[in-house]
Design a protein around this ligand. Structure first.
Ligand code: 5GP
Ligand code: ZN
Length: 115
């Protein structure tokens, strides 16, 4: 828990969010400003700033993040989805807690999506 981190506060339920699904190590919430018909944020419950900060012993943890994306995709029977992580301010990361944007319902490449 990083006390200044908005996603840590969401994970601790100190800030409300719409929870889509969770597993032991990961949480999926609805993005507050959706950029696609389906736009979720999937994050590790542990505070890791970005993929740059991922340690080798986080591999199981990050695997659980990807598994949660898989479970949501299968259970909601979507035909396809995009999973995108912005890493670093220069790549567009604005919340410094690792997360993947789970996007579905529109072709992001046709729509020139900006996250
Ligand atoms: P980034 O720009 O870091 O890749 O993505 C951060 C995402 O978090 C943005 O899409 C933004 O809309 C979302 N976001 C920021 N603050 C909140 C919040 O308090 N609640 C939720 N659900 N999403 C948030
Ligand atoms: Zn955090």
């Amino acid at each position: 828990m990083e006390s200044s981190c908005i996603f840590c506060k969401i994970i601790a339920k100190e800030i409300p969010s719409t929870i889509i699904k969770e597993n032991q190590s990961a949480l999926a919430i609805r993005d507050i400003h959706p950029k696609a018909p389906t736009h979720y944020l999937i994050m590790p419950k542990m505070h890791i700033q970005s993929i740059f900060h991922m340690q080798d012993d986080h591999q199981m943890l990050v695997g659980q993040v990807i598994s949660l994306a898989r479970d949501i995709a299968i259970e909601t029977e979507i035909a396809g989805f995009n999973l995108i992580a912005n890493n670093g301010v220069s790549a567009g990361q604005s919340v410094m807690h690792m997360h993947f944007h789970f996007l579905a319902g529109a072709n992001i490449y046709e729509h020139g999506l900006q996250l």
